[in-house]
Design a protein around this ligand. Structure first.
Ligand code: WT7
Length: 650
């Protein structure tokens, strides 16, 4: 395999295969399939070996406790601290002066923190949180822009054993409120504002009502980022800078049990209420440390950049915990790729000599549309490895990424995983696995994945089915926060003994996996999960609406965009103004990512006899009929006539 040249044509049912170049393979951590073979021989021994790379205060007595499925436990009785593994460990190994976190702000301001410096900041803020009364097991909500303090807060929580719940900064204050209430956070850490495309977006003042409405919140810590004004609440609101002024620069890490909660991260499901996905300490860190090391082929001199926001699982696992537990240098950028110009990302790669770059297909499709001229004027020669995550990547975008960004010398790791899986599950190993544009290739060593039919039987190559994980893996979610019933029902009841991912997929003759997308009522908008029910509930809360149905419509850049069909109350007329009002209403309830692209008013929604909305019909209406340019008001005949062509089975 290794002698084949990257990009060499290989006859294959699914087209071209791409092999890593010999120069990449020569320097790769893993050059052959030994890791796969080792894990296949003894899965638990493999994970135990991965766990040996962590620093444990007390070693585990048992690798996996599978006595009470689906409540699996990993590294039983093991004791450790995550921040100690991400900071102190490397300092003790002589990496204290190495950059841990490199930051560039939207305005071009930049900071870097060495491992020594990051530890000091983390300790100071850990002590501040302790002074505010946060103790082991408490929840702290983080609603912040992409600035170093966000990472510092996450690590400080882990140092004192508090669970963090990071809420994406782009979510609305109302969405923030729901998540603070659900986690019962005592402390919320936020900023006065955020920079976005040259404008200042207020955060603390925007969150005022949400914070006032949450009875659990005792203290709000505010980072001064933009100087945006707000009304401080006496006795509750505190400035970050004031808080850390006099706190000690050292803080003993709290010894945590392997199964102690590490964080909650809310993610959309098929109901209106987001799920609080709970990850624990030992297994999660073993999973993300080992997967980061092998998937991103960790090298000590790497400058690693993952463009996700820390508000998503990608930011947790592969901006913070994966890179830092490996002693890597992780780069974070505050802004968007098109401000001040469309070459911003390439400018940053050139400036910081980024070596490994991990982004999402939706971003790649935007770059493609903007054109090569933005790429060509920058020096991207430092890059050696590229990654993709969040949604299926179309082969056209894959090839563009490979040729224009990677200059045909960087392997692309297309990584499939979920908030629930905590770690990468399906992925190439870049020095080993031949790549097929559009395929996520193989399970990570030690993980067992399959595609099954309706009866839970493994499908034949080429046959479509449901993606499942066949055995527990260390970074798996342990439950849904305070909702074990929903945990069991969502993931474990479809097929006994198998974890149900909610994705459709198929395998090819080489055992490579191809992901088709969600099979439940969850949409993937620009790589982010949005539940149709969440948007529908937001819409029907508007006084004009009685009923709403939301579907994902294929979209060139976002993968899918949101189209809503809304029925109005008697006597209310649909209008362009009302369309805008409803769109704004959804933005206010959830955030701009859930804002419908199109809204159609309709007199009825097509339903089956049992009352289930016929989404497939609505999708067809939205995609095949050219309605957008005519009017927002739907003729009832349109639905009725199309409906005739559909069975009641939908
Ligand atoms: C869903 C999980 C953890 C990644 C960020 C999103 C889709 C994710 C891929 C990929 C095809 C992908 C799936 C999955 N997805 N990565 N490489 N190829 N689809 O995390 O919000 O938990 O969403 O994203 O549909 O179920 P998430």
């Amino acid at each position: 395999m290794a002698e084949k040249k990257l990009g060499e044509y290989f006859s294959e049912e699914k087209g071209k295969m791409y092999y890593p170049s010999s120069s990449f393979v020569d320097n790769a951590r893993i050059k052959d399939d030994s890791l796969y073979r080792e894990a296949e021989k003894d899965r638990l021994a493999f994970w135990s070996k991965m766990a040996d790379n962590l620093q444990w205060t007390k070693k585990w007595s048992r690798i996996l406790d599978d006595d009470n499925p689906p409540y699996y436990k990993w590294f039983i009785e093991g004791k450790l601290n995550v921040s100690e593994n991400c900071l102190d460990l490397h300092i003790n190994n002589g990496l204290g002066d190495k950059n841990a976190l490199i930051f560039e702000g939207e305005n071009g301001d930049s900071t870097s923190l060495t491992y020594n410096e990051l530890l000091k900041e983390v300790c100071k803020f850990s002590n501040a949180l302790t002074e505010l009364g946060v103790v082991k097991g408490d929840a702290v909500t983080i609603w912040m822009p992409m600035i170093p303090e966000a990472v510092i807060t996450m690590l400080a929580c882990t140092r004192i054993g508090a669970m963090h719940s990071v809420v994406f900064g782009g979510f609305s204050p109302e969405a923030l409120k729901d998540r603070i209430m659900d986690s019962k956070s005592k402390v919320v850490v936020t900023a006065d504002g955020a920079y976005r495309r040259g404008k200042v977006i207020p955060m603390r003042s925007a969150a005022e009502e949400a914070l006032d409405d949450c009875p659990s919140v005792e203290k709000v810590v505010i980072v001064e980022r933009t100087g945006t004004a707000y009304e401080p609440r006496k006795g509750r609101d505190l400035l970050w800078s004031e808080l850390i002024k006099d706190t000690a620069e050292t803080c003993e890490p709290v010894v945590m049990d392997s199964e102690d909660p590490l964080f909650i991260l809310y993610s959309s499901g098929t109901t209106g209420k987001p799920k609080g996905i709970l990850h624990t300490t030992g297994g999660y860190l073993v999973g993300v440390k080992s997967s980061f090391y092998y998937v991103f082929d960790h090298h000590e001199d790497d400058i690693y950049w993952c463009t996700a926001d820390i508000g998503w699982i990608t930011g947790h696992s592969y901006i913070v915990y994966g890179p830092l537990s490996n002693g890597s240098s992780t780069f974070i950028y505050e802004g968007t790729p098109d401000y001040p110009a469309r070459d911003r990302f390439w400018e940053l790669i050139e400036k910081y000599r980024v070596t490994v770059f991990y982004t999402a297909p939706t971003a790649i499709r935007s770059f493609m549309r903007w054109g090569e001229q933005y790429v060509d004027k920058r020096d991207l020669s430092s890059l050696r490895l590229l990654g993709s995550v969040g949604e299926p990547i179309n082969p056209e975008a894959w090839i563009w990424y490979y040729e224009q960004i990677g200059k045909e010398k960087c392997p692309i790791v297309d990584t499939w995983w979920q908030t629930e899986t905590g770690m990468i599950i399906l992925t190439p190993l870049p020095g080993v696995t031949p790549l097929k544009p559009g395929s996520v290739t193989r399970p990570f060593p030690g993980v067992e994945v399959d595609v099954v039919d309706d009866n839970g039987q493994s499908t034949d190559p080429g046959q479509k089915g449901f993606l499942v994980i066949k055995s527990p893996w260390p970074a798996m979610l342990r439950t849904l926060y305070e909702d074990p019933e929903r945990f069991e029902q969502t993931y474990w009841q479809q097929y006994p003994g198998l974890y149900f991912t909610g994705d459709g997929a198929w395998k090819d003759h080489d055992g490579c996996f191809w992901i088709m997308g969600r099979v439940d009522d969850v949409l993937n908008i620009s790589g982010h999960r949005i539940g149709t029910m969440e948007v529908e509930s937001a819409l029907v809360e508007h006084p004009s609406a009685t009923e709403a149905a939301v579907i994902g419509k294929a979209h060139e850049i976002k993968g899918h965009s949101i189209t809503a069909f809304v029925t109005l109350k008697e006597g209310i007329e649909g209008s362009d103004e009302l369309v805008q009002e409803l769109k704004n209403h959804v933005t206010k309830k959830i955030g701009a990512i859930a804002r419908p692209e199109e809204i159609f008013f309709t007199y009825e929604l097509p339903k089956t006899r049992s009352g289930k909305i016929m989404r497939r019909l609505l999708r067809d209406i939205a995609e095949q009929r050219d309605l957008g340019d005519v009017t927002t008001l739907m003729d009832p005949q349109v639905i009725a006539s199309i409906k005739e062509g559909y069975s009641e089975k939908e």
